[in-house]
Ligand binder design. Structure first.
Ligand code: SF4
Length: 572
């Protein structure tokens, strides 16, 4: 039988909460049940009829590393289907509330800070209503922060910094983009001393969960935490025994071997997704609005060499080759992988940095890092933001739109031969107004993308724009279609699995290796991988631990009396 999964349903419209128990093995199953029961398929995803579940897996507070991801389940205003996205470490704070998940329903008329901090007498939900002008003032600047970070700091003052520290709380925050655009994420900073946002931020961004939290429910901040550690479902010693039995070797050794890429790979001399991907995939990573997929190999190789010098090397020198303490951090849960690599106080993961870097013609790291910070402050999904900017740059540089029509003060350069510091700085400057327009649903194609999604925006612009060389705006936007209007822009891997028709894209529920195969074989393999990734997401496990966790998670479920079907694929 599935587990009793404890949910706190919070009706933000009425300002009250009640306990629910779902028969579910994890947050995705629980979310699926809630959405089926309440018929969210029949309503606008940005309406209060679209419940937002944020939940942890069933193995919180066991010593299994990576078991504290927080999974958001909602109907996506981007794909228009049910979606799940994940955020690191916050499952630990959520478990201290005494619940496995929080379900947001109803809508508050004013933006609300919902506080779920368990004290010695239990959990008393608090609702702190803000006024709209106050919220926008905070986004404009608070204690030296801007946007979502400023709201984090403001909420810390509102709820009490020492109380939050005592409860080892995490704040789930939305930025200004969440109130106007479809593509906003739910952000959570690992707090530093005084409960100010530190350099490590994680976000559940793909699919627009932040837009659902803000526009469907009116929630600006959700605080979770509690003073006492909960009892794990499996005692620590037994969990370690299970891991050892399933892995056939000591647990710590198995974790170290399986997570080499994310900590430090001695064979490559680097680590983390940013460090490794450029060395491992080389010219097979898409760049320059995906136009690299059409370039001859020598052009791609020359571009990659330039990228390594201007973009990767400064990171490598300061994060890996520096003497003294390393700026490697974890996501907020005790994890020896410390995959979060900090460059000049900015956490750089491959995808957000690539989105604000080579994908939009920015090959200099300081400019890309600055844009990554801006996107986080605005509260946007960085991958989607990279696609929108790249698409508008591509239309403008090919002449489908004039810069003024695109909302740009100049013409961007996506010429691979011009890729260098000067073009990078110019492109980075041009990206800023587009990001602002995407976040505020402003003028031009970025504003249209915010209001209607990028796919529909491409169709609308197509009615006005000049076709050039047989190309229309929608030909230059890269996405997988879902139904008549939904879509998902792919993560930045050059792989058919990123756009192949699968149930949930924008995650790694697919085969994303840069290989081609017969469609039937590819489909079989992608579906099996999707099931294996789903098993880990539903268990609240970090996928960076997948190589060992895929063996241990089924054994841990068996210990709880649940025999799951094998997923049919091994995740490399
Ligand atoms: S690998 Fe990274 S993201 Fe995953 S649990 Fe460890 S520190 Fe967190």
């Amino acid at each position: 039988l599935p587990l009793d999964y404890r949910i706190l349903e919070v009706d933000v419209g009425r300002g009250r909460a009640r306990d629910l128990v779902a028969a579910a093995n994890g947050p995705i199953e629980a979310g699926l049940r809630v959405h089926l029961d309440r018929g969210s398929w029949g309503v606008d995803p940005l309406s209060p009829g679209n419940p937002l579940l944020v939940g942890a897996g069933p193995f919180t507070y066991t010593p299994l590393m990576g078991s504290h991801r927080l999974i958001a389940v909602f109907r996506s205003p981007v794909s228009m289907g049910l979606h799940a996205s994940a955020l690191g470490g916050a499952g630990r704070a959520l478990a201290r509330t005494g619940y496995d998940a929080v379900l947001l329903v109803g809508r508050s008329r004013e933006p609300v800070v919902v506080s779920l901090i368990a004290g010695p007498g239990g959990l008393e939900p608090e609702f702190h209503y803000l006024d709209w002008s106050g919220l926008w003032r905070v986004y404009g600047g608070y204690r030296g922060w801007r946007g979502a970070r400023a709201l984090h700091s403001y909420a810390a003052d509102l709820l009490g910094r020492s109380r939050l520290e005592g409860a080892r709380a995490r704040l789930l925050v939305v930025g200004p983009a969440a109130w106007r655009a479809r593509q906003a994420g739910i952000f959570s900073w690992v707090p530093e001393r005084g409960f100010e946002p530190g350099p490590v931020v994680d976000s559940a961004s793909r699919g627009g969960g932040g837009s659902v939290m803000a526009q469907a429910h009116g929630v600006a901040v959700l605080a979770v935490g509690g003073a006492a550690d909960p009892e794990p479902r499996i005692p620590a010693r037994r969990a370690l025994e299970l891991a050892r039995e399933a892995l056939g070797k000591p647990y710590a050794r198995a974790v170290a071997e399986a997570t080499v890429k994310y900590r430090f790979d001695p064979s490559l001399g680097t680590g983390g997704t940013f460090g490794v991907n450029y060395v491992y995939y080389r010219d097979l990573l898409p760049a320059l609005a995906y136009n690299t997929v059409y370039y001859a190999r020598p052009v791609r190789a020359a571009l990659h060499a330039r990228l390594m010098k201007l973009f990767w090397r400064p990171f490598q020198e300061e994060v890996f080759e520096v003497k003294g303490p390393r700026a490697w951090r974890n996501c907020g849960e005790p994890c020896s992988v410390v995959c979060k690599k900090i460059w000049r106080r900015v956490k750089l993961d491959y995808e957000p940095a690539h989105a604000m870097g080579p994908m939009i013609g920015v090959f200099t790291l300081p400019e890309a890092a600055r844009l990554v910070e801006l996107v986080d402050d605005l509260g946007l999904d960085a991958i989607e933001a990279g696609h929108v900017v790249a698409w508008i740059f591509d239309m403008t540089s090919r002449g489908l739109l004039e810069p003024g029509e695109a909302g740009l003060p100049g013409r961007p350069t996506l010429d691979p031969l011009a890729a260098g510091p000067e073009a990078s700085r110019a492109n980075a400057r041009l990206a800023e107004p587009l990001l602002a327009s995407l976040a505020s649903a402003g003028e031009g194609p970025a504003g249209l993308a915010a209001r209607h999604g990028a796919r529909r925006a491409a169709a609308l612009i197509g009615e006005e724009a000049r076709g050039v060389g047989g190309l229309e705006p929608r030909d230059l936007l890269v996405y997988a279609a879902f139904g008549g209007e939904g879509y998902m822009t792919p993560n930045y891997y050059w792989s058919p699995g990123m756009v192949a028709p699968l149930y949930v894209l924008g995650r790694y529920w697919t085969n994303y290796s840069p290989t081609f195969a017969d469609p039937e074989d590819y489909a079989r393999d992608s579906l099996a991988r999707a099931r294996a990734e789903l098993l880990l997401d539903n268990a609240g496990m970090c996928r960076f631990h997948r190589r060992w966790a895929q063996k241990v998670v089924p054994a841990a479920y068996r210990e709880l009396g649940e025999d799951l079907d094998p997923p049919g694929s091994t995740l490399a």
